[in-house]
Write a protein that binds this ligand. Structure first.
Ligand code: GLN
Length: 308
């Protein structure tokens, strides 16, 4: 695939969907409701380290659930994919990202590391008795993926901390069923902090591209995740990356992707590139409307769906 064609497809998708008015910013985390709904950026990073951007790709927003894919890589590298599979699971839940019903239906097993319950359980597996040591481990990994240090957006962290009773409930439930592996409130706090990390669309494309190379950051050339874990992480993304929108996404695109309620989505085309798109208004499953439309157009235009 040629870089100019990729840029043209990104620009065309941006032009076409900029005026889309569907969807609404997440409001259950009050700080996210305040973000300008018009913001819209698309970035791509190839396995050779070419970076392409269109629109608002330097705007910093909360990574939210896209972070789950990166903390998962740390846990997998430390403990092995089979441990994650046993202690967290690797199935689609078929329920919303913060579903308690999904937990109750499966004796408390979270089923997938990319839903809230599974991500909190995954964070609880990262060694460290104190919040600071767990957080340091996580931050070091995120820094390697992004190629620079990310910062917590304090307004988002404060807002999410003040409104995350539901996630706290999930953590206590996990604990009661034996699927939480550290202190429940410590684990939720680390999870919340990780979701509040600020990223740009460009950052996300770089981070996603580390999976396209099977583990090496294409800009820094450093290995950031073990090669043998990448296909499992991408499989989890295919199963659950867009929650109850995962099936529709897969039918259209055939590629692993991960969304966050901050409005970002990353999509990985193994051995070629990763793309990221950002725009705050979400559909009912919690996925950015413009980001899905734009990425789907680009994938179709460039024939990137590996199932077609
Ligand atoms: N921090 C958010 C939450 O726990 C993340 C959800 C998401 O991005 N889907 O609800």
């Amino acid at each position: 695939m040629n870089i100019h064609e990729l840029h043209d497809a990104m620009q065309a998708a941006h032009d076409k969907h900029r005026a889309c008015t569907s969807g609404k910013n997440a409001s259950y985390i009050p700080a996210l409701a305040q973000v300008d709904s018009e913001l819209f950026g698309i970035a791509a990073v190839t396995v050779d380290g070419e970076v392409l951007t269109v629109g608002d790709t330097d705007y910093t927003f909360a990574i939210e659930s896209i972070s789950k894919a990166f903390s998962l890589s740390l846990a997998m590298d430390l403990l092995g994919a089979s441990t994650l599979r046993r202690k967290v699971g690797a199935e689609a839940t078929g329920e919303a990202f913060n579903s308690v019903i999904a937990l109750e239906l499966h004796s408390g097993k979270p089923l997938n590391p990319l839903v809230n319950a599974g991500a909190i359980a995954t964070v609880s597996l990262i060694p460290g008795q104190h919040s600071a040591s767990v957080w340091e481990n996580i931050m070091a990994r995120f820094t390697e993926f992004a190629g620079h240090e990310l910062r917590v957006m304090k307004d988002v962290y404060d807002s999410e901390t003040a409104s995350n009773q539901h996630n706290k409930g999930i953590a206590w439930l996990l604990d009661s069923y034996g699927y939480l592996y550290n202190d429940p409130m410590l684990s939720v706090d680390i999870y919340t902090r990780m979701c509040s990390l600020g990223v740009t669309t460009r950052d996300l494309a770089v981070m996603g591209a580390c999976y396209a190379t099977h583990g090496v950051n294409p800009l820094t050339k450093k290995r950031v995740v073990r090669a043998e874990n990448v296909h499992e992480i991408l499989s989890d993304m295919m199963m659950e990356g867009l929650y109850t929108g995962s099936g529709d996404w897969l039918y259209a695109n055939g590629l692993p992707a991960k969304s966050g309620v901050g409005g970002g989505i990353i999509c990985v085309v193994p051995h070629q590139l990763a793309m990221a798109a950002f725009s705050p208004p979400l559909d009912s499953a919690g996925n950015s409307v413009r980001a899905q439309l734009a990425l789907t157009d680009i994938i179709r235009e460039l024939g990137l769906n590996p199932l077609m």
